[in-house]
Design a protein around this ligand. Structure first.
Ligand code: UD1
Ligand code: UDP
Length: 363
């Protein structure tokens, strides 16, 4: 019996642990799986709703750390997670993604000589101003088992000196969740939007913490909204920055429907039929590629190059002019065909859990 401890803390983590939890529970004779929620995200629409939609059981431990500076939040998670590991010693701690909870729990576990598996290893934006890039580098450097979503990630890990034995190209658990939810979408009540429309999500500090940058992006969205309505479920960080900088009037009456963060199912219903998605989210870049929905990434780089090379994703930059130039081309018919990347087939969790069940003491 393998003792696996899954860690989740922020919205994209819940999307990733859902399939892992389901798959582990299919093997009750081989896996004793438990879940820690660090509490990095805590609003019901950023946390609770995903547990309900994905059928994830209540966490075995809720650390309740809440928001704070990077150092404060990471330290609180480490302190609380250490207590968990002192009380229940797993064979492997499984961390996902690139958030502060990922970094904090992987470091804590490894210092206690507990093996760490990282799901979504090897992605690199090569932009160290991005907090997630630091989290990825540290987590991958100390993890024992590295699960990659795309070939570029495998190449990055090998270049960094990780042994091929530790790396497993398994596909993408986010797409497992997408498949799982697509088959259930018709059973969940909700309204469809008619006609052409765009969907926007924004939350990267580099876009929303800088008031000038955010103003430029919002300006571009106002111009686009004259052509097609925009639906914008707003991340709490962005809402706070809009308020702090008095930017709400800029978009009032512009045809941009601002919503609170919406549930996974409601968001899926919205973006899957959208004419265009504009986002700075990591996960949304992948999801749009998986369903062939046109996506503009409002960033200058991406750690998920397969979505550009093979998928429907386009790097549209972060300036008003750049975004509008791309939009003009898109509206004149210059759209991008895409294909679904290798192994993004809804079975990544199956592959991951099978490796974890077999895993020995490889470092
Ligand atoms: C975090 C991750 C980011 C991920 C994003 C997903 C890090 C460093 N960043 O960014 O990689 O893409 O989650 O959404 O781990 N807040 C609330 N309610 C909540 C959560 C947050 O109001 O439930 C507000 C607080 O004001 C908080 C701010 O949002 O200070 C930022 O939250 P935080 O978790 O620190 O970072 P995110 O921007 O959410
Ligand atoms: N998402 C959601 N509701 C929303 C916005 C996003 O359910 O209002 C989902 C989205 O489909 C994806 C995940 O949240 O599965 C991505 O999370 P986020 O963009 O917060 O983080 P990132 O992927 O950038 O780390």
């Amino acid at each position: 019996m393998k003792r696996l401890l899954l860690v989740a803390g922020a919205r994209p983590n819940f999307v990733k642990v859902g399939p892992l939890m389901r798959e582990c529970r299919r093997h009750p004779d081989k896996v004793d799986v438990r879940l820690v929620h660090t509490g990095q995200h805590y609003d019901p629409e950023m946390s609770r709703t995903f547990f309900e939609e994905f059928g994830i059981p209540d966490p075995d431990w809720h650390l309740g750390v809440g928001s704070g500076s990077h150092a404060a939040q990471t330290a609180r998670i480490m302190t609380a997670f250490e207590e968990v590991l002192l009380g229940w010693r797993p064979d492997v701690v499984v961390v996902v993604g690139d958030v502060n909870s990922t970094l904090a729990c992987s470091v804590t576990a490894r210092k206690m000589q507990i093996r760490v598996a990282h799901v979504e290893a090897g992605l690199r934006s090569f932009d160290s101003t991005m907090p997630e890039e630091i989290n990825r580098l540290v987590t991958d450097a100390i993890s024992d088992i590295l699960f990659a979503t795309e070939k570029s990630a495998v190449d990055n890990l090998l270049r960094e000196g990780r042994s091929a034995e530790a790396i497993h190209l398994v596909g993408n658990v986010m797409i497992d969740t997408l498949h799982y939810c697509l088959t259930r979408l018709d059973d969940v009540p909700g309204k469809r939007v008619q006609g052409p429309y765009a969907v926007v999500t924004l939350h990267r500090p580099s876009n929303v913490d800088d008031a000038l940058k955010l103003r430029g992006i919002l300006d571009a969205l106002c111009v686009i909204a004259r052509d097609m309505p925009i639906h914008f479920p707003m991340h709490p960080r962005t809402r706070r920055k809009m308020e702090e900088n008095g930017l709400q009037p800029l978009i009032a009456g512009a045809g941009i429907q601002v919503l609170p963060p919406v549930s996974y199912m409601d968001f899926l219903r919205l973006w899957k039929d959208a004419t265009l998605v504009l986002t700075d989210s990591g996960g949304v870049q992948e999801e749009t590629t998986a369903l062939g929905v046109p996506c503009f990434t409002i960033r200058d780089n991406t750690e998920r190059p397969v979505t550009i090379d093979e998928g429907t994703n386009v790097l549209a930059g972060t300036t008003r002019e750049g975004i509008l130039e791309h939009y003009g081309r898109f509206r004149s018919g210059q759209t991008k065909a895409g294909r679904v990347p290798h192994l993004w087939d809804g079975k990544a969790a199956e592959r991951i859990v099978s490796v974890l069940m077999e895993s020995g003491e490889v470092r």
